[in-house]
Design a protein around this ligand. Sequence first.
Ligand code: NOJ
Length: 475
Amino acid sequence: MAEKIKYMWWKNNIVYQIYPRSFQDSAETEFPNDGVGDIPGIISRLDKIKELGAGIIWLSPVYKSPDADNGYDISDYYSINPKFRTMADMEMLFCEANKRGIKIIMDLVINHTSDEHFWFQESRNPENPYRDFYIWQPGKTDKRGRRKPPNNWTGFFMGDTWEYDEKSGEYYLHLFDKKQPDLNYKNPKVIEEVKNILRFWLDKGASGFRCDVINIIYKTSLEDGRKSLSVQGLEHYKSQEGNHAVLRELRRDVLDKYDCFTVGETVFVDLEDARLLCGESRKELDMLFFFDHLEVDRVIARFIPKRFYACKLLEKMTKWQQGLDWNAVYLENHDQTRIVSHFGAAEKDRASDGKPGILWQRSAKMLALFQLTLRGTLFIYQGQEIGMTNFDFNSIDELDDVESHGLNKLMKKFLIPAFLRWKWIKASSRDNARTPMQWDDGDNAGFSKGKPWLGVNRNYKYINRALQKKILIPF
Ligand code: NOJ
């Protein structure tokens, strides 16, 4: 019998990414106008998303979390962060989106949990069955007999990767912040728990998942890593065979039973890895995000700038467009600076009050055209559709981003002068993309009636959705 051909609706729809805390703060909640976006706020803006032509929303994490990394540190996968409201509101969001023909994919953060998650709290006791949910190791001792971490790995947030826990007498692994302990995927019980999480959200109405750092979840060995200026230790956990096996298992036991898709965020991925992770016959992911194109003008991940050559960008995009059957096509997300500031010339002819010049508009249109002509599923990040720019932060105190603070600390250690530190942090901070959505020229750009959790870009009187609906300046 001929196999039923599945209609892959995710290939035919645009995805709009929402970073909930910066999208819309609603007045009608338990914490009215608290300056943090929330789920009722999203519901109130669904028609605007529909108007854009998006058929899918990717919702950055809304789960319970102490917010050490803005929700990418989950303390309970089955409940909603009270800042964003309640599970009933979340159900309402699924329902209202559905009425408008919009599907929702959730952010699946399963490389690590929060250290406040019940599993981790239990695992701090070496006798507890949850011990093996995380990666605990005794330390080593140096020549002088002092305690030192189990290996030389370095982390994604520029800090240590091992934290000593007095209570346990051992170290635990955290590739990100110390409040984000890594799960142990050699333990089948962890995989079973993840399956339950997937089922829970699919049954609630989710149509898939964006999978956070999904190609580094399986740590094959804990040996020392090769010396590297970038993330050291990667060869022991990037795109390992064990990682592929976990993805196939999740797909076989859960995802394939639902009409859903997955897009993986994959770090340091090359074409060869990518083909294994999302080749159709492999049955792992449906598509993935790579970073090559956004790093053509940066060294050491995205922190230190180098000269931009358009031909380099073309070369990278051509490689991925030709190398994969289907791409996740994106230029922005909550971890990247605004594209109109990054590849465009948004700041070149800006007035002192923030009023953008003609180069801003031309850059934004050119980049939109570029993105929209590429093959793959398009991902648009909130605010990208109106050409939001990087924020003109004045000092590190205005920044919330845990990564920027980590980078600052590390550079201080290497005695990098303050002016250079600030220059690089300002140009790379993830907070550039996290400032509140600019809806109109009212208070706080229409985002909130209270003081926003992160500064509103000073150019909101000139760059906002309401204004762009009114006038289309022909350039
Ligand atoms: C990638 C996410 O996009 C980022 O925001 C987060 O900090 C890290 N993964 C850790 O979860």
